[in-house]
Each structure stands twice: as structure tokens, then as C-alpha cells.
Design a protein around this ligand. Sequence first.
Ligand SMILES: [Zn+2]
Ligand SMILES: [Zn+2]
Length: 382
Amino acid sequence: MPSSSKLGTIPVRLNPNRHTALNTVDFIPERNILMPSSKGYAAQSAESPLVPHAFSRRDPGATELTIDILFCGVCHSDLHMARNEWGNAPYPFVPGHEIVGRVSAVGHAVTKFKAGDIAAVGVIIDSCRHCLPCGRGEEHFCAEGATLTYAAKDRVDGSMTMGGYSNNYVVDERFAHTVPANLDLAAVAPLLCAGITTYSPLRHWGAGPGKKVGIVGLGGLGHMALKFAHSFGAHVVQFTTNARKREDAIKLGADEVVVSTDPTQMNAHKASFDFILDCVSAPHKLDDYLPLLKQDSTLALVGLPPEPPSFAPFNLIGGRKSIAGSMIGGMPETQAMLDYCGEHNIVSEVEVIPIQQINVAFERMLKQDVKYRFVIDMSSLA
Ligand SMILES: [Zn+2]
Ligand SMILES: [Zn+2]
């Protein structure tokens, strides 16, 4: 660290070709480097805990905004990536893709937000914007690959994207969402990943009145799936391995609860489901659920078990059944989900923690010891 006498705080244009707004950052003239303008908690290796980390973000371009982060949800993907369980973690990086905060600066062409507004950011923060899926508002299926909120190469300056376990974020307004004023902001954060991940497939496969819908797993994803399916008017059956979750499941909207390890309970639902949403990230047997689907019905996966699941083809061909998958949602659908949550007063069940407890929270998540999502209160970072 240079002595403070060498530091000057000056306004600088970080990217003169693109940006119009100015940021104030610490600049060391003789070394021609910018001092970090952001701080958060970063994963440094697969084995080490998350630790405080300072880094730089660019200033907002014409269509971009800076968000001072208030809350960030803790997603299972954060833990997978921090521990390099998918084998591609670029250390060091700051996790977090369930972001809610207050807009502190906007570029001159921003129309959706002004300083002081609440804004939310989810799993992706950019895409090519010209391919077929992007044109349809399905940026998450961008043909050139969407840019993830953390641990990805930024399309603007090639830097590593750093996530929401931090004090601020810079994002294009296309990838930021407005938040209904009536919702609790800490409990909104998980909607940006767990919420849209379950809302989108339930909409796509038509969960609604007259439909019998199964939800497998009652965790971060499952409890949101349960709330949405119930709200959409479906008859909802919650599957769980833990009989003690029955009361909670009923409270969250389940019409029935089935303990999936009990063959008698499972057989009672044979060939009766219009749709099953599988929200489990731990290893489990798809063959337990396929016989429960009606003819021509679908079991969709949204969880990411470490090992590829296997199934007996016989369970699919009899009844022409499908196993499908779904991943988050596009920007218009994510906004529609948030607006729907505002109209129907739906938020996540959360346990709010200071960022200093993030490593403990990771361990507790592995033991499923959370009801049902940890959310970091970013004021603890100060
Ligand atoms: Zn996530
Ligand atoms: Zn695209």
C-alpha cells in the first residue's frame, strides 16, 4: 500500500470510448493505477474460506447504473463455484447473484432508473443482444453465451465480473429490474435466482387451476416453487425426504405432502401428475418420480446435482413422458415475476446474516440448516 501522501482523489473517466459518467476513485499518478472502488468477500481457492477483498468496478456507461447493494442472497451456485465444484472457478472472485440495492448513479441514456431508486440484479448481467433468443427477451439462452454476474469475462472491458457479496455493482439497465415498493427488500433478493428459476418452468409448463403439480425438495428453490405453484392455482403436492417439513410445507401452500422415502405414499400418486418440478441439488433417483407422471407429462429439473442423474428408459417410454430442464429466465420474464410477486405479496423466506458469517452460512447450507435462504445484509460490510 503506498503512503497516503501519494494518493490523490480525482475524477477520472475509466473508459473514455464508452462512458459519459464520471466516478471518483483514488488514483496513484506515478504508478498510473486506480485504487479499488469496491469491496466485498471473495473466494481465493477451492479450499479456503471467503475473505475480505478490494477491487475496482468501472464507472457506469450511458445506459448503465451503479447500485449500492443493500442485500444479496446466498445461492447454492455460489458455494459450488467458490469450491470449484464445476471445475472452472477463476480465483479470486466475489460470488453473489441475488442482488437488491439502491441506485447511486445513472448514465445519461438510462430511462428505467434514477438515483435513489431500488434496483435488482440476478444471475446474468449482459448478452450479445442481437441473436434470436436475445431478440425474444430470452437473454439467458443467448446464442453467444450470456455474461454471468460473477466469475465471467465482462463484455465491456474484459475484466472479471465480481458478484453481489460486495458494496456495489455496475450494470446495464436492460439487466436490472425494478422492485415493487410493497415488498421486504431482504426477502426480495432470492427472487432474482431462486424465484425466477422456479417461476419460469411453472409458467412454461402451465401450472395452474385444474393441474396437479409436484415439487421435489423443500429448500431454497423448492420453497419458492411451492409458493408460486400454489399462487398460480394448481393442486400442489410437496415431496420431501423429511417428514418434519410437513407442517412448513402446508403453511407455504402445499395441498398434500408426500414423504418420498415411503413407497406406499408414493404409489398412491401413480400416474396422476401433470407436471413435476425437481428442485433438488443432492443426488436422488428420478425413477422414483417418473411413474407418478400422467401420460405425455414432464418432469423438469432445475437443481444441479454434482453427479449426472440416471433413469430407466422404461419409465419414460411407457406413457411418452419427458425429462426436461430449465434455467433462470429472460429479462422480461424476470421483471414479470417481480411484478407478480408485488401484486400477490410473494417473497422468499429468509435468514438475514452479516457478511462476516458467510463461511458459517455455507456450512449450514450443506446441512440444509436454513429456512429457506440466507441473505447477506450488506450494511455489515462497512
Ligand atoms: Zn443462483
Ligand atoms: Zn444473444
